[in-house]
Design a protein around this ligand. Structure first.
Ligand code: NAP
Length: 287
């Protein structure tokens, strides 16, 4: 018997294994067994199959490409029976519906759904966030294990889809900002401006951008969109500038076109004199 079993040794699984083996005995399983070799030592063993991995520990972590891969592993002979009475923590990225289906399929084991808001290089730090949802009792049973991989555990409640929802909402924010940043990089490049200085400037003003997000979020929460400091019409003018500048400099128009479509729908919906947050009304109405 070991303390923890870990299924999945991609870049994230390997980082999890390295953090876990500092504090716990560990059993590993991966479809491609060779990936485990550099990790094996006196306290870290390789199981011959998924069933043996699950049998080896009271806490089983799964971190594979997606829920379909996880389902395929958990459907292997004997795995479901071996899981009974244990805690399964799903750390693969998925949707809230994926989490609900995985929870519904749990047969005699506790199920927690987790989302790591980190790159592999950030695993094992006290400030690394892990969103987790499911039964609080199950979380209490494996908290020290989870704290070894991500010290900043954010419990999102019993509703099993919550961690995935928070994760996707956060990733939406991150990838949305990144897409805009990359378009900004293209503007700098075509004007001969240094990209590293642009990135540093964005990093430096990120608290101000954070304040703006807080402000828009509060407006949406309160449902108050009037008396804007900056109206939708004003913001849409910037959108038009992105479109025109992309044409003038022969830039890829994907980001400006995407943004301008949302502005046009907002203006068509009569939101010109409301604040930017009013765009949520457009996003709430099915097209
Ligand atoms: N990397 C990151 O920065 C990061 C950050 C947050 C969350 N995550 C999440 O963590 C999870 C793992 O990510 P990753 O970075 O380690 O790489 P990945 O490429 O998403 O996953 C690789 C792992 O999935 C396994 N796998 C894929 N398809 C499989 C199948 N059909 N059956 C069995 N195993 C299968 C691979 O096994 P083989 O070795 O045999 O191919 C390997 O263990 C993903 O859900 C990802 O979204 C990753």
């Amino acid at each position: 018997m070991t303390d923890v079993s870990l299924i999945g040794l991609g870049p994230m699984g390997i980082a999890l294994a390295r953090a876990l083996q500092q504090k716990f005995t560990l059993t590993l399983w991966n479809r491609t067994a060779e990936r485990a070799k550099p990790l094996l030592n006196q306290g870290t063993l390789l199981a011959p199959d998924a069933r043996a991995a699950v049998e080896a520990s009271p806490v089983v972590l799964v971190c594979v490409a997606d829920y379909a891969a996880s389902r395929a592993i958990l459907a292997q002979p004997g795995v479901s029976e071996a899981l009974r009475g244990k805690v399964l923590v799903q750390l693969s990225t998925g949707t809230p519906q994926d989490a609900r289906e995985a929870w519904a399929a749990a047969d005699g084991h506790a199920y927690l759904d987790g989302a790591l808001l980190a790159t592999p290089g950030q695993i094992g730090r006290p400030d690394t966030p892990l969103f987790i949802s499911g039964e609080e009792r199950a979380l209490a049973a494996c908290r020290p294990v989870l704290e070894a991989i991500a010290g900043n555990i954010q419990y999102m409640g019993e509703a099993i889809g919550n961690a995935a929802a928070w994760d996707l909402a956060t990733l939406s924010c991150m990838f949305g900002a990144m897409s805009g940043f990359f378009h900004g990089v293209r503007i700098c490049e075509t004007e001969g401006l240094p990209v590293d200085a642009f990135a540093q400037m964005i990093g430096a003003i990120s608290p101000v951008l954070g304040e703006m997000i807080l402000d828009e979020g509060e407006a949406i929460h309160a449902g108050g969109y009037g008396e804007p400091e900056s109206s939708m019409a004003t913001c849409a003018s910037s959108g038009r500038l992105f479109v025109r500048q992309a044409r003038e400099a022969a830039l890829d128009p994907s980001f400006p076109d995407f943004l301008m479509r949302l502005f046009e729908r907002s203006l068509d919906a009569g939101l010109a004199q409301e604040r930017l947050a009013a765009m949520i009304k457009v996003l709430r109405s099915p097209r």
